[in-house]
Design a binder for this molecule. Structure first.
Ligand SMILES: *Cc1c(COP(=O)(O)O)cnc(C)c1O
Length: 386
C-alpha cells in the first residue's frame, strides 16, 4: 500500500528521543522551550507554546480570546472537525462560511456577505478560524481587513501549513491574525507523534495560554493574588488543563525542524511532477494563488465527472484496490451527524458539498519516490478508463 501521507524518522530523530529518555526530564525540562524557540524564530513569531495536540491548541486559543457562552465562531466546512469543535468546548456556537471554488479555502467574498448580514441582525462572530487547507494560506489580507471592520479575532488553523508562506513570509508570524496553530500529527509536515503549538505576538495571550496549558497554575509571584507563602508556593488562578507536550516529543520536534524547509521543497517537487503527469486526465489539479507558497500537506485532485462514466466512489475504490491508500479531506463538517443535530442541513454550503463529491487526496509525503508516484498515476489512469 502507498499511504496518502507518512512521517520520515531518521537516525538523528531516534538519537534525539533516546537522549531524552536517558536524561533527567521526561516532561517539563529544557527540550520543550527549545522546540518553542526554534519554531518561533523560524516563522517569526514572538511567542510559541507547545501543547499535546492541535486540538488542544485550538481550545486554549479560543479560551484565551475570551470565547464563551453566547459567542459564535465561524470557520470553513471543509476542514477537520477540530477547527469547529473548539468553539463547542467553550460553550459557544459554530457557524460556517462556504469555500472558494478555486482554493477550497474559506471564501473571502462569502465571508464579507455573511458579515454584512450578521451585523444587521446582531450575530457577528467573536472568532473566525481561517484554515489553510492543504497548506495553502487563506486570503489573510482580506480576512484581516474584515476583522478590523467588524471586530472579530482571527485564529489561523495552520495544521497543514507549517513551512508555507503567505506573500513571501512564513505562516505563523501573526501579521494577519491573533493566534496561529500548528499540528504535529504524523501525517502532517513535521511530527512529534501527537503534538501541536500556538503562536502569537501578544504577550497577554501567550501568558493566558501558558496558564491554560497547565491547570491554570502559576509560580510567578507577580501573577499571584498575594505574596508567596514560601518557596514551595504556587497558585491556581484560572481553570486550566494538562495539555503539555513531553520532552520526548519536543526532542523529536527539534530534530524534525531541521528538515522542515527541505520537506516543503520536496512536497513542491512532487506536486509539480503530479501536475505534469495528470495534465491529460479529466481531473482538476490544485490551483495555487500567486500570494501563496503552500506547505502542500495534501495534494487534492477534483474529478471532472462529466468527462468519465465512472463515479467518484468507483474511482476511489479502484485506487484503493490498486494499493493506493487515497483519502478524502474532508467530509464537510456541517454534514456530520453531530452537526446535523445542531441544525445544519445538506444544501447549506453548496461549494463545499460539490467539492466533497469530487475530491480525492493523492499520496503526498517527502519520501514518496518517482516509482511510487508513477504507480499512483498509472492506477489513476486505470481507474478513469471507461
Ligand atoms: C490535524 C488537524 C487538526 C487537529 O490536529 P491534532 O494535532 O491531531 O489535534 C486540526 N485542524 C486541522 C485542519 C487538521 O488537519
Amino acid at each position: 500500500m502507498i499511504p496518502y501521507g507518512r512521517q520520515e524518522i531518521t537516525q538523528a530523530d531516534i538519537d534525539a528521543v533516546v537522549g531524552v529518555l536517558k536524561s533527567d526530564f521526561l516532561t517539563q525540562g529544557p527540550m520543550v522551550p527549545r522546540f518553542e524557540r526554534g519554531v518561533a524564530e523560524h516563522v517569526g513569531a514572538k511567542h510559541a507554546l507547545a501543547v499535546n495536540s492541535a486540538t488542544s491548541a485550538l481550545h486554549i486559543a479560543c479560551l484565551a480570546l475570551g470565547l464563551g457562552a453566547g459567542d459564535t465562531l465561524w470557520t470553513t466546512p471543509i476542514t477537520f472537525v477540530a477547527s469547529a469543535n473548539c468553539a463547542l468546548y467553550c460553550g459557544a456556537k459554530v457557524d460556517f462560511v462556504d469555500i472558494d471554488p478555486k482554493t477550497y479555502n474559506l471564501c473571502p467574498q462569502a465571508l464579507a456577505r455573511k458579515l454584512e448580514l450578521a451585523e444587521l441582525d446582531g450575530t457577528l462572530p467573536k472568532i473566525v478560524v481561517a484554515v489553510h487547507l492543504c497548506g495553502q494560506p487563506c486570503d489573510m489580507a482580506t480576512i484581516r481587513a474584515l476583522s478590523q471592520r467588524y471586530g472579530f479575532k482571527v485564529i489561523e488553523d495552520a495544521s497543514h501549513a507549517i513551512g508555507g508562506k503567505y506573500r513571501g513570509e512564513f505562516i505563523g508570524n501573526g501579521r494577519y491574525s491573533d493566534i496561529t496553530v500548528f499540528s504535529f500529527h504524523p501525517v502532517k509536515i513535521i511530527t512529534t507523534a501527537e503534538g501541536g503549538m500556538v503562536l502569537t505576538n501578544d504577550a497577554d495571550l501567550a501568558n493566558r495560554m501558558s496558564l491554560l496549558r497547565s491547570h491554570g497554575i502559576t509560580r510567578e509571584a507577580e501573577q499571584m493574588t498575594h505574596a508567596p507563602d514560601g518557596p514551595w508556593y504556587y497558585q491556581q488562578i484560572d481553570l486550566g488543563f494538562n495539555y503539555r507536550m513531553t520532552e520526548l516529543q519536543a526532542a523529536l520536534g527539534v530534530s524534525q525542524m531541521e528538515r522542515l524547509d527541505s520537506y516543503v521543497a520536496s512536497r513542491h517537487a512532487i506536486a509539480q511532477r503530479y501536475d505534469q503527469l495528470l495534465a491529460t486526465l479529466p481531473v482538476t489539479t490544485p490551483w495555487q494563488h500567486p500570494d501563496s507558497y503552500s506547505g502542500l500537506h495534501l495534494y487534492v485532485i477534483r474529478l471532472q465527472l462529466e468527462k468519465t462514466n465512472r463515479s467518484h466512489r468507483q474511482i476511489f475504490e479502484s485506487l484503493r484496490e490498486s494499493g493506493i491508500a487515497v483519502n478524502l479531506h474532508y467530509i464537510p463538517v456541517h454534514a456530520q451527524p453531530f452537526y446535523q443535530e445542531l441544525g445544519f442541513k445538506q444544501g447549506d454550503y453548496p461549494q463545499a458539498e460539490q467539492y466533497y463529491r469530487e475530491a480525492i487526496s493523492l499520496p503526498m509525503y517527502p519520501t514518496l519516490g518517482d516509482t511510487q508516484q508513477d504507480q499512483v498515476v498509472a492506477a489513476l489512469h486505470g481507474a478513469l478508463a471507461p
